[in-house]
Design a protein around this ligand. Structure first.
Ligand code: AMP
Length: 390
């Protein structure tokens, strides 16, 4: 299957080629024709599957041919759970909107930053990517209207429910016209999602892509049995002896994320933390620097375990195990993606052993546990030689 066979416009095909998208991913093969036929879609897929382009491309294709609507009336609304995801999705929209034969202004809006520039920026916007709370504020302050929405996307709907956005989601649905196309994406189909599904979708085409198990095969998983007080030395030892140049570390609390990043930095390892208590600016900058390779270590809470796509991330470390096996899979799924191998390392304290067993059982894969108690965790000397000057 090629993008040409999927009947995407020539302009889009050219951008696809420029972006190195040689052939459509499975979710795109299924979602693009369904969306182009104006069907509702229920997509069970997660980050890494290519779902973003799976809905962005046909939306652009349909809007390119549609008549231009009134100003400050959004055509396509994409609702996402986090600001990071909003920024990321809008980047995809922006890239593919270039070179189309129609104006296709898009914008990402989210809370935690001033609303005024967003209100002003709404001029001419056709595709809006938004987190729920700020979206409602913008509608209520009449910065724009959702009354003529043609297409609605709810992305990572399960995450939205986990974050407690249920009421907001229902409220947003009440702002929309009855006649519209609906696309709902979720990594899992939970019973809690049923209500939203029923409210939103009309006889949808159901598309399921098993990304989790596929990805897991690509990930080399390692576990280290370690006492809590030895985690810091083990972490530094692994980073330095393995010469890890881009590593994402997960902790279970904001406090721990800061502590781990500070400790690494004190030992001369370039590290920053990102989590919900950081400003939007700090989060965006940390992620940008990490993605570009300017920042060696990013320490994050589960905020980042889903939805953020970093191509070719070689190492993920679970400094602390997540509570749910699902979160474990999402976390380690940040590596070994897009057909590139990666390594996921977990630190297991004696207290974690039982929980780690449950995780492995749920995942259907056993991970070799290395005991570190007798390991010498002294980091190796830096990899350069000093030449003696006479
Ligand atoms: P997503 O699941 O939408 O976050 O996409 C995962 C990654 O796959 C992103 O880095 C995309 O740029 C990339 N991607 C999506 N579709 C394709 C494709 N057909 N060919 C190559 N890369 C793709």
């Amino acid at each position: 299957m090629t993008f040409e066979q999927l009947k995407l416009s020539k302009n889009l095909q050219q951008t696809l080629a420029e972006q190195g998208y040689n052939k459509p991913y499975p979710i795109q093969v299924q979602a693009i024709p369904a969306i182009l036929q104006r069907k509702d879609v229920l997509g069970i897929a997660q980050t890494g599957s290519g779902k973003t382009a799976g809905y962005v491309l046909p939306i652009l294709s349909l809007l390119e041919k549609a008549e231009l609507g009134k100003n400050r009336h959004i055509d396509a609304l994409i609702v996402v759970p986090t600001r990071e995801l909003a920024v990321q999705v809008q980047e995809v929209v922006k890239i593919f909107a270039q070179g189309l034969n129609a104006p296709m202004k898009s914008m990402a809006v989210f809370g935690g930053v001033s609303i005024n520039p967003q209100m002003i920026g709404m001029q001419g916007v056709r595709i809006l990517v938004a987190t729920p709370g700020r979206l409602i504020e913008l509608v209520e302050s009449k910065a724009m209207s959702l009354a003529e929405i043609k297409m609605l996307v709810l992305d990572e709907a399960d995450k939205m429910l986990n974050l407690g956005f249920e009421e907001e989601m229902k409220k947003i649905l009440s702002f929309l016209p009855k006649k519209r196309q609906n696309l709902l994406f979720s990594a899992t189909l939970s019973p809690e999602l049923k209500e939203i599904q029923q409210m939103m979708l009309d006889n949808p085409e159901v598309i399921k892509v098993e990304a989790e198990t596929e990805n897991i095969e690509l990930i080399q998983q390692t576990a280290y049995h370690v006492l809590d007080e030895k985690k810091g030395p083990l972490l530094r030892y692994l980073i330095l002896s393995g010469n890890f140049n881009q590593v994402l570390i997960f902790t279970s609390s904001v406090y721990k994320a800061d502590q781990v990043a500070d400790k690494l930095a004190k030992h001369g390892i370039d590290a920053r933390a990102t989590h919900s208590k950081k400003s939007h600016k700090a989060r965006t900058e940390a992620l940008r620097d990490f993605k570009s390779g300017d920042l060696r270590v990013l320490v994050a809470t589960d905020l980042l375990s889903r939805g953020i796509d970093i191509e070719f991330l070689p190492y993920v470390i679970n400094y602390e195990l997540p509570r749910s096996p699902k979160d474990y899979i999402h976390r380690i799924g940040r590596t070994g993606r897009a057909e590139s191998p990666g390594e996921a390392i977990s630190f297991i304290t004696p207290e974690d052993l039982h929980h780690f067993k449950i995780i492995q059982k749920k995942m259907g894969k056993w991970v070799k546990l290395t005991y570190t108690e007798d390991m010498d965790l002294t980091p190796p000397p830096p990899k350069y030689t000093l030449t003696k000057e006479e």
